[in-house]
Design a binder for this molecule. Structure first.
Ligand SMILES: Cc1cc2nc3c(=O)[nH]c(=O)nc-3n(C[C@H](O)[C@H](O)[C@H](O)COP(=O)(O)O)c2cc1C
Length: 186
């Protein structure tokens, strides 16, 4: 296994964090990893708000989560990054209008997964959070109306041993060759 394979396979969603803060250099390295992500037309529509203030993180957890999956563990995370998109970038808007593909969401997902992988390399745990009320996140973080918030990312040192690996579908179920449904073959 290469070092990169180890990062891919050892990453887990971490939902129990040690209170120690994420070092500033690590935060910068994580954001630098996002900066080098590819994006449609290189439009780099992603924007990030890094939240480290305890009371603000607790407010996010108390006020901006949704019922059923209330993500209460988020209150203990020492760092939460809100993944945002600036939609008034002309190349991005024209592209999405023509094809109907929301490139800004793809761009943001790639950039934030770069963050996840860099954080993993640095020995930090992460967990994506997608089950939240975007309007409430925007209000708490003073994010302007024209900006979209699509994801939160919790980052910190894991408090416990790594969670068990969650199963993945076998490759045959997700990979087709030449046409939908056809197996790759030998
Ligand atoms: C877009 C997205 C949104 C997610 N939202 C949440 C969430 O709101 N709460 C949560 O606990 N986990 C969330 N997760 C984490 C997934 O549950 C987790 O990645 C999946 O169960 C696989 O487990 P693993 O990451 O440990 O391999 C989210 C993951 C992604 C990619």
């Amino acid at each position: 296994m290469t070092a990169f394979d180890r990062i891919l396979k050892n990453r887990r969603s971490v939902r129990a964090f040690d209170p120690q803060p994420v070092p500033r250099d690590d935060l910068l390295a994580i954001c630098e990893a996002a900066r080098w992500a590819p994006s449609a037309c290189n439009s780099q529509t992603w924007r990030f708000v890094a939240v480290q203030d305890r009371s603000q993180i607790q407010a996010l957890c108390r006020q901006a989560m949704r019922p059923v999956i209330p993500n209460r563990w988020l209150a203990q995370a020492p760092l939460v990054i809100a993944g945002c998109s600036q939609l008034d970038i002309i190349s991005n808007r024209i592209g999405s209008t023509v094809t109907g593909i929301e490139y800004f969401r793809i761009d943001l997902g790639i950039a934030m997964e770069h963050m996840v992988l860099k954080a993993t390399e640095l020995g930090l745990g992460t967990c994506w959070v997608g089950w939240f009320n975007a309007g409430k996140v925007k209000a708490l973080l003073k994010i302007p109306r024209r900006i979209k918030v699509s994801a939160l990312l919790a980052i910190g040192y894991a408090a416990d041993a790594p969670p068990a690996r969650r199963l993945r579908k076998p490759l045959e179920q997700i990979l087709f060759a030449e046409r939908w449904g056809a197996p790759l073959g030998e």
